[in-house]
Write a new protein. Structure first.
Length: 126
C-alpha cells in the first residue's frame, strides 16, 4: 500500500514537471516586448523594435499586432509624403499664378498707356 501511495505521488510530481511554466513565460515575454516596442514607437515613430518582435516571435499574436502597426505606419508615411508633395505643388501653382497676375497687370497698364497715346495722337494730328 505504501508502495502504491509512493508510486502515485511520484507520478503526480512527474506529471507536474511535464507542465513546465516556461511556455507561459515566453507568451508573457512577447507581450512585454510588444508593449516596450509600442512605447518606443509612440515616442520616436520608429518601427525597428516592432520589426524585431516580428522576427523573434513570428507565430505570436503580438507579432501580428506589431505587423499591423508597421503597415499603418508605412501607410501614414506615404500619405504624409503625398500631402507634402501636393502642398509644394500647390505653393508652386500659387507662385505661378501670382507671376501671371503681375504680368497681366503690367500688360493691362501698357495697353492703357497705348490707348491714351492713341487718343492723344487722334486729338492732335500732325
Amino acid at each position: 500500500m505504501k508502495l502504491l501511495s509512493l508510486l502515485i505521488v511520484s507520478l503526480l510530481f512527474t506529471g507536474c514537471a511535464v507542465f513546465d511554466p516556461q511556455p507561459k513565460q515566453a507568451a508573457l515575454q512577447d507581450q512585454q516586448d510588444f508593449y516596450l516596442a509600442f512605447d518606443e514607437f509612440q515616442e520616436s515613430q520608429r518601427v525597428d523594435s516592432l520589426q524585431k518582435l516580428k522576427l523573434d516571435y513570428p507565430d505570436s499574436l503580438w507579432a501580428a499586432r506589431a505587423e499591423t502597426i508597421i503597415l499603418y505606419s508605412q501607410e501614414l508615411d506615404q500619405c504624409k509624403a503625398q500631402s507634402e508633395q501636393l502642398r509644394k505643388s500647390g505653393q508652386q501653382q500659387l507662385l505661378d499664378l501670382e507671376r501671371q497676375n503681375k504680368l497681366n497687370q503690367k500688360l493691362t497698364e501698357q495697353i492703357e498707356q497705348l490707348k491714351n497715346l492713341l487718343i492723344q495722337l487722334e486729338k492732335h494730328p500732325q
